[in-house]
Write a protein that binds this ligand. Structure first.
Ligand SMILES: Nc1ncnc2c1ncn2[C@@H]1O[C@H](COP(=O)(O)OP(=O)(O)OP(=O)(O)O)[C@@H](O)[C@H]1O
Length: 538
């Protein structure tokens, strides 16, 4: 999942080798000076202090580089994650749930510790190997006994950690559900506020239960980690005991080597602990990695569109939908619903109203038309040529959906500041007193539902695309704006050559369109001029 560049691995390896050699040299000098095997000449003093200063400076330099690498890697992963989500088709997001995005963000942050973990592993391993060689040189039998003891401790640790990885995965699953409840609170706050019972049930039956179960498991995991962490610490005391009391007694370690042995072991206790505890972090990293792999697999795009293949056209004369079929293939899909066959021609400058009962397929068709859903069957023709990518029609469309969202930032090309068109639109939509000036900040404040839809339409018109798609835009407007929308705005946009496709239930304004489409059970059951419609719904 995480690609560490080879230059980073080389940097870590070089640091680990130099730093371990320096540390080993320092312990070697201390040890041999203590056991009077080195002369206390000024040469030794200078070498000792030079090594210490050099090791210190090297560490500072390396920590700086390591932080740089960590932030670079993490930002790469985070960017990739956003890219992945934004490349995912709507139908897939609807199926898998947006909370998967939250947990993937959480898993990504686990990788923060990766470079530090790799470095600790490298340096600790080298240090332990060098020191063990030294111990072998002093007494091979004692060194083997100590190695066996260390490996036994590591083995216990390994077995316990492995048995925990399933629990760690389970905790992550709990967190995934937890994020689902977070999403419910964010999106359904009002619905929760209005019902005591609902709030209570969400809290007690779901959030509390989930958190209690998750914390119980988390506690078990942390406690296990803590207890086995202590095994490595107290295990070291036992090894010290063996060196001090047993090995010299048995004659396997000479008395004069006891102090160097203890000193070396004290020195490598930290690195050994590092290596043993590393399994905890590594297990967590593996779990996060596995989940991210599943995430990337689940969110894999079947269709790779090369946006640079073709220059996208900014205008059109005619769009044709031929024999379009679409089926929701997710668990919540209505087994009786299928969109299609849809055969439709849309001409530039046309005003098309889409009508039909609830669940008749109007929004599903709008999603196909806007390129958000890819049809299972059929073809879309753009000025007589079959389209290769939905991006070709998306480039022509600006849309305001039923549940519109005003972004916190301007992600489009238009500029609001000193834009005369924006000023006129604010006045037209009676928002000039609500939006106090032409700054971005003023445009992205809280609005009433109707105002928010008006603001969204202003933004859509500022995009200046040839097709404007509106899904029940007028439904949230007061009578004044509803009238204005049908009687003035639509004819004005039509006179500017815009194509309007609007889902509507406002039958008293139907005569303002050129073509009325009636949907029923996923099909266009009638397509005609409004005058020929007896009843749009039944
Ligand atoms: N994401 C989805 N997954 C599965 N089924 C869906 C999904 N969205 C809609 N449906 C189903 O598809 C059918 C058509 O729904 P659609 O939203 O297109 O109807 P509509 O005509 O826009 O209705 P309304 O007037 O209520 O907005 C319905 O049976 C609906 O339950």
């Amino acid at each position: 999942m995480l690609k560490i560049k080879s230059k980073h691995i080389i940097l870590i390896a070089v640091y680990a080798v130099i730093s371990s050699l320096l540390s080993f040299a320092i312990i070697y000098i201390i040890n041999n000076t203590l056991s009077n095997q080195l002369s206390t000449s000024s040469y030794i003093y200078i070498t000792f202090f030079a090594f210490v200063i050099y090791a210190y400076l090297l560490s500072i330099f390396f920590q700086r580089e390591l932080n740089k690498i960590t932030f670079e890697l993490l930002s790469q992963l985070e960017k990739k994650l956003f890219q992945k989500i934004l490349d995912t088709p709507l139908i897939k997001i609807e199926k898998l749930g947006t909370q998967r995005f939250y947990t993937a963000v959480e898993d990504t942050r686990t990788f923060y510790s990766l470079p530090a973990v790799v470095t600790a592993a490298f340096s600790s391993l080298l240090m332990v190997v060098l020191c063990l060689f030294y111990l072998v040189k002093l007494s091979p039998v004692s060194a083997v006994i100590i190695m066996v003891a260390i490996m036994a401790i590591a083995g216990i640790y390994y077995v316990v950690i492995n048995s925990l990885s399933k629990s760690i995965e389970k905790v992550k699953k709990y967190n995934e559900h937890y994020f689902g409840y977070v999403q419910d609170v964010i999106s359904g706050f009002k619905e929760l506020m209005i019902s005591d019972k609902r709030r209570k049930k969400l809290l007690e039956n779901y959030v509390y239960e989930n958190r209690t179960a998750s914390y119980a498991l988390d506690f078990k995991i942390s406690f296990s980690f803590l207890s086995i962490g202590l095994i490595s610490q107290y295990g070291m005391y036992i090894i010290m005991g063996i060196i001090l009391f047993i090995l010299p007694e048995l004659g396997w370690l000479k008395r004069e080597f006891v102090i160097p042995y203890v000193l070396v072991l004290l020195f490598i206790a930290g690195p050994i602990n590092n290596l043993i505890n590393l399994q905890d972090v590594v297990t967590r990293l593996f779990v996060a990695n596995k989940r991210l792999e599943t995430f990337y697999e689940d969110f894999k795009n079947e269709k790779i569109v090369n946006e640079h293949d073709k220059e996208l056209a900014a205008d059109f004369s005619k769009l044709n939908f031929r024999n379009i079929h679409f089926n929701y293939k997710n668990d919540s899909a209505d087994a009786n619903f299928e969109l299609g066959p849809i055969n439709l021609e849309i001409n530039k400058g046309e005003v098309i109203f889409i009508v039909g009962g609830n669940g008749s397929g109007k929004s599903t068709f709008i999603n196909i038309l806007s390129g958000l859903y890819v049809p299972d069957q059929g073809d879309i023709f753009f000025d007589g040529e079959r389209i290769n990518s939905e991006k070709e029609i998306q480039n022509l469309i600006s849309a305001v959906f039923t549940s519109n969202h005003l972004f916190s930032q301007n992600y489009d090309d238009y500029i609001l500041e000193n834009n005369p068109k924006y000023k006129i639109l604010l006045e037209t939509f009676k928002l000039e007193n609500i939006v106090k000036d032409d700054s971005e900040e003023s445009a992205r404040r809280s609005f009433s539902k109707g105002q928010s839809k008006r603001m969204a339409l202003i933004f859509a018109l500022l995009e200046d695309k040839p097709i404007v798609v509106l899904d029940e835009w007028a439904a949230d407007q007061d009578p004044y704006f509803r009238k204005y929308f049908y009687e003035e705005l639509i004819p004005k946009l039509k006179s500017q050559g815009k194509t309007i496709i609007a889902v509507t239930h406002d039958d008293r304004y139907f005569h303002y369109c050129d073509k009325l489409l009636k949907f029923d059970y996923g099909k266009i059951v009638k397509e005609d001029v409004p005058a020929n419609f007896q009843n749009a719904y039944f």
